[in-house]
Design a protein around this ligand. Sequence first.
Ligand code: ADP
Ligand code: MG
Length: 708
Amino acid sequence: MPRARASATSSNTSSSPESVAPSAALDQALGTLHGVGPARAAAFAAVGLHTVRDLLLHLPHKFTALPHPQPIARLAAGSDAAIVGRVARIVPSRRRQGATRIDVEDASGTLALVFFHQPHVGSAFARGAFVYALGRVGDRDGKRFLAVGTYEFVAAQDSGRPAAALPIYALPDAVPPRLHRRLVRGLSESLAPLLDDWRVTTALSADELLPLGRAVAAIHGCADEVELAAARRRLAYDEFVHHLRPLVAARAQVERSIKPDVVRVGADEFDRLRAALPFTLTRAQRRVLDEVFADLARPMPMHRLLHGDVGSGKTAIALLAAAAVVRAGHQAALLAPTALLADQHARTAQRVMATLRVPCATLTAATTARERKQLHARLAAGEPLLLIGTHALLVERVALPRLRLAVVDEQHRFGVVQRGRLRAKASAVDLLVMSATPIPRTLALAVFGDLEVSALDELPPGRAPVATQVRERRELKAVADDIRDVARSGGRVFVVCPLVAQSEQQDLIAAETLATKLSTYFKGQPRVGLAHGRRKPEDNAAALAAFRSGAAPVLVATLVVEVGVDVPEATLMVVVDAARFGLAALHQLRGRVGRGARASRCILVAKDGKPESRERLDVLVDEHDGLVIAQKDLEVRGPGQIAGSRQHGVLDFGFADLARDVDLLARAQQDLRRLLDAADVRAIEQALRASPSALRARVAATASVGPG
Ligand code: ADP
Ligand code: MG
C-alpha cells in the first residue's frame, strides 16, 4: 500500500533542514508507487505529472458533496439521497450491458442498489461489507431502489458518510478515479504536510491562512466542511498570487523607470484648461484631474485606471490632460476602440483644443495615404500635437518621439495583452486607461492590478435616471409606433440588436432585416440608418452623422454603439433580444441616452414568455447605479463578461471566486508588493514554482501540446 510506504518516510514531520527524507519522498517517481505500473506512470507523465509532489499538487477541479446517510425506510422516491447498508446479496448483471444489483440492509429495512453500465462492479462487493451509497431514489412496482452515482466502503453501519465530499480530478483515461483517490488520500495524509510552503520560504508571516501542506491535504481528504473551506481560502489566495505576480512585477518595473520630462500644471493653467470646456467640472472630475496632474508632475510614469459610470464625463479628463501635455511642448495620443469613437473624440476635441490652441490630428483606417504620410512626418519631427486614433495605432509603426501621454479609452475592449504591448512600445510614457463601466474592486485588482485607480463617482448635474421598461417581442409593433413618435417629434432613437460571435452572420442579417422592416413600416418617414461591424467605417460614420443631425433619427445598430457614442439628442434606446446581453452591457447601452436635458427612456425587448430572462432584465428597471449592476453581473455571469479578458482565460480560477474573495485578492497584492520590495522577482518565481497553480499551468500546457 502506498500509505505504508509513505509513512516510512514521514516520521520526521518537523522537516528540519538537515533531513533529506521528506523531499526525497516527494521527489519519488510515480512509477515506484504501488498500483502505478509503467503504463499508468506514462499516462501521468503525458499530462505533466511525474513525481509524488506533482500528484499532491494536482488538485481536484470539482467536488461532489456527500450528504449524511438516511435510514433506508425514510427514502423518498425521486429524491437524491445517501444510505449506509450492509451488503446482503449480490446479483450480477445477466447481460453484458445490464444493471448490477446489490441488496443492502440497515436497521430500518432493505434496499436494492442498482448500478447501470458497470457490469463488473459486483466483484468489488463482499457480503457483510458496509457501503455508503449516494444516488437517485427510484420506484419500481412500489419497491424503492437506489440508482447509485457514487459509493465508498465504510467500516461499520454507524460510520456515517466517508467524507464531506468526493474530490473529482482531471485524469488520464488510463487512471481509474477510484484508484487515484485511494492513492492520493494515502499519500497526502502523510506527505502533504511536508510540502514546502512558499509563504514561509519567502518570509511572509504566519497567520490564519492554512499552511500549504495542510490545505493540500484537506482538499484531497475532504474530511469536513469547515476544514475544506479553510483549505479553499488558502488555495484561492495562492491562485491570486500566481495570477497577480506578473501584474505586480510590471508595476514594480514602472515604478523603477524615470521619465525624461515631467509636466507641471499650475493653478493658472488649470483654470485656463477648465475654461475651455462648455460646462463646469463636477467635484469628482476636479479630484481625478488633480490625481492625474500630480502623476504628470512625478518622475515615474503614470499608470492609472480611470473608471466611472456611463456618462460620468471621462472624456473631459482625457482631453484636459492631453491639452496640458501638448501645451507643455509634448505629444499626446488618445486611442479609442472603434473608428466611430475616434471620430467622435476628434469632433469633441476640436472645439476644446481650438480654444486652447492645441493642434489635433486624427489617424484612422479612413485616413488617406497622403494625409497619413504628411502626418507621420509631422509626428516624427516631434511636433507637439494631440493624435486621436483607434487602438490600431499601437500596431502601426507610427513614430511618436515626443509622446508624453497615452490615453486609452473604453478599456473593456482592450485586454491585458494589448496593455502589455502598449507598455513595451512606450515604457516611460504616462498612461491613462479609461474603463467604459465602473469596475467592482476585485475585478479592478485582478485585471488592472498593475494600475493605480481613480474613480469618477459622481454624475454631472441634471441627469434624470433613464426610465426603463421590459417588453416582449409580440409587442414589437407598439414599440415601433413608439420609436416613430419619438423620432417625428425631434428625438433620436437607437435600436440595438445582439451580435453573438457564433451566429454573427445571422445577427447581422437580423439588424439589417429590422432596419428594412422599420423603414417599410414607417414609409420612409422617419428615415432609418444602419451601423454595424461588417459595414465600411465611412458608411457607419455617415449613418451616425445623419443620426446626429436628425436626417435619419432612427439608428439600427449592433454593439458598435455600446460604448462611448455620445449624442445628447438621443432620448430612446430600444434593445432587441435584450436577454442575450449582460447587465453591464445593457447598462452601457442605456447610457447612450439621457445625456441631454430631455427625459429619456429605455425599452428592453425580451423573447416571448421567458420569465427567467425577464426577471434578470427587471434588475435594470429598478437599479441605475452602474457599480451595483456590474457587481451583480460579476456574481451571475462571471468576470470575463465585464473585464473583456475572457479571450485569454486569465480569470479562470479553480478555487478563487472574484465575486466573493475580495479580501484575499487585496491581501495577495499587498503580500506580493512587500515581497517585490524585499526580494527579487526571480526568487519569488522560484518559490512559487512549488505551488498548485504553477503545476496547474504546467499541466494545462502539457495537455494542450499532447495528442488531442
Ligand atoms: P463617459 O464617462 O461615459 O465617457 P462622456 O465623457 O462621454 O461620459 O460625457 C457624457 C456627457 O456628459 C457628454 O455629453 C459630456 O459633454 C457631458 N459632461 C461631461 N462632464 C460634464 C459636466 N461636468 N457637466 C455637464 N456635462 C458634462
Ligand atoms: Mg466615454
